[in-house]
Design a protein around this ligand. Sequence first.
Ligand code: PEP
Ligand code: MN
Length: 357
Amino acid sequence: MIVVMKTGATEAQVVAVQKHVRELGFKDHRIHGEERNVVAVLGHVYPELVDELGVLDGVDTVVRISKPFKLASREVNPYDTVVKVGPLAIGNGTVIIMGGPCSVDSEENVMETARAVKAAGGHILRGGAFKPRSSPYAFRGHGEKGLHILAAARAETGLPIITEVMDARDVELVAGLADILQIGARNMQNFSLLDEVGRAGKPVMLKRGLSATIEEWLLAAEYILSHGNRDVILCERGIRTYETATRFTFDVNAIPLVKRLSHLPVIGDPSHATGKWYLVEPVGLAALAAGADGLQIEVHPNPDHALSDGAQSLTPANFAKLVQKARVLGAAMGRPVAPPIAELEAESRPARARKAS
Ligand code: PEP
Ligand code: MN
């Protein structure tokens, strides 16, 4: 249920509504709109509550929410969520591009990839230090050492880093080093992990589960949001279908549908969806055309020697070509690729500091 305040309702009136909601035993969640404030009421609401809350000072209307997910829905929050990561804004109508290896291997390779991602105009460095692998005998990542390699690449290039956290016990460690926590497809419904990242105080990118419906995906996002973490990014990475010619099937429908149902930014991952490097560019561009707020792309300086997912990894040269095409497409659609990170950094510095530098 949401309580929509009147335009011009006072701060005291909004606070009084929130207090009343809590006194009735519900959780409250405030949304600061451009024109008016909204208070979401979370819990087992009952029909009479519409009238009980409707008579409070400053209240305009009380509306029951039809969707099972609340905080993730546009019904509760009609305004696009913009997730800030350093000078970057994800979901603000520009396109941002993440690139990097599937797994963090050597410091040398990660550095080379980070420099290439930056030179191509990419915005965020990705790389897995904790790797979810189907077989326990496959390379499962360098763990904490891998996080330090990513942090060193960030220190040199200025690119923020995104990396997967697989276990609730590692959230503190990963959140201490990463700029965005990634929840992998296989952990989309690991509810204790979702609870933990909801409390971590860092943006979270939630990948869609291999066989998850859109409703299950948004309910998983709801877990994170319900802890007060509003910086949630969704990522469509392909789903299981009967088709085996590609690794998964990229669900392009999901992008505009989720953007309609939810205010959260959506990223497309054509690398895991296709499993083949030569399908990554066309499917990535399709994701952008469908309205994605950005892409996550696997890049490796020597894909044949990558420790995981080499077959779907782009070379730096092919990554640069993809970014270039994304620029043309973004400009044509009025959703330009965001400027390079160094430019955004310079713009966000106060004028005085800019003059001095
Ligand atoms: C990844 O991004 O490294 C990854 C393992 O992806 P997913 O969870 O989508 O399979
Ligand atoms: Mn991978």
